[in-house]
Write a protein that binds this ligand. Structure first.
Ligand code: FER
Length: 282
């Protein structure tokens, strides 16, 4: 039984690596096995970091993924990857296993080496996802996180890790509340971020005219603007209205509607899989 399971896992991994290498379109359904652990390939590493937040007045934690072959002799671009309203710094790791998706993409040579930082996006003293997660002060803390990110977390990462610090080497993406944060903070700080992704973005997403008041500037500055959402997600209008506005104002962007997609990790894993392959490339 064990042998059979191992055989099946290795076969799926081989099929994935093969088909990924031949794939034509970057925005495609995922290759089979894209999220299956492959034991016989190099793996990245997940660590926990602690940084001093002048914004919140506490020491806050984040997860950091360093890629396979990570070396301090190299400099890496960074993706800040944000969670949803019921989550915390562990949500992506527990629900989406981005380390598996990325390890597999590295092996298939489909992704640029990058560091991924998964913070707690609820910038308040007690930042746990407990009690009523829709409390006003908790929801507001998702907006406060913009300051924590820009003034505390990014400087910490740039001081302590070998990372590139130009805007073209910084990306922000997230799921739901984290998708809204990514669009708000990324598009609101084009001097800091050139790669922006919102997956199933929540009602915290600013109105399109506020998000992108200067379409020509956004068009000129952005390397990638990504929106995705499940077609069965009750929040899809926040993505759609954004895409419609971008379309009307000639701002290039990807808008991936995932068939039979709900508000869940099936959509978020597929989104990360496709988004990651576009990052930090020309
Ligand atoms: C809301 C519905 C959903 C809302 C936030 C969400 C702040 C977020 C969902 C998620 O992060 O999964 O009305 O208001």
């Amino acid at each position: 039984m064990k042998k059979l399971k191992r055989f099946l896992i290795i076969s799926i991994c081989l099929i994935f690596i093969e088909s990924a290498a031949n794939a034509q379109s970057l925005v495609s359904p995922a290759a089979p096995g894209f999220d299956v652990v492959c034991t016989d390939i190099p793996h990245g590493k997940i660590d926990t970091i602690s940084y001093n937040s002048t914004t919140v007045g506490t020491t806050r934690q984040a997860l950091i993924y360093t890629p396979p072959g990570y070396s301090t002799n190299q400099k890496y671009p960074v993706l800040y990857l944000l969670h949803g309203i019921g989550g915390d710094k562990m949500e992506w790791l527990n629900g989406g296993h981005p380390e598996v998706i990325l390890d597999n993409l590295y092996t298939a040579n489909k992704v640029e080496p990058m560091i991924v930082v998964m913070p707690n996006g609820r910038a308040m003293k007690d930042d746990r996802a407990t009690g009523n997660i829709f409390d006003r002060e908790k929801v507001e803390a998702f907006a406060t996180f913009e300051k924590d990110l820009l003034n505390d977390l990014i400087p910490y990462i740039e001081k302590n890790y070998p990372v590139l610090t130009n805007r073209e080497s910084r990306a922000i993406a997230g799921l739901s509340m984290g998708g809204g944060q990514s669009l708000n903070f990324g598009l609101g700080n084009l001097d800091k971020f050139a790669w922006v992704g919102g997956f199933s973005s929540a009602p915290n997403t600013k109105k399109p005219e506020e998000l992108v008041p200067d379409p020509a500037k956004a068009k000129q500055q952005l390397k990638l603007l990504w929106l995705s959402c499940g077609d069965k997600d009750g929040l899809i209008n926040f993505s759609k209205r954004t895409s419609d506005y971008l379309e009307a104002n000639s701002v290039p962007h990807h808008y991936l509607i995932i068939p039979d997609g709900g508000h869940d990790f099936k959509v978020w894993k597929l989104s990360l899989y496709n988004f990651a392959q576009l990052l930090f490339k020309n």
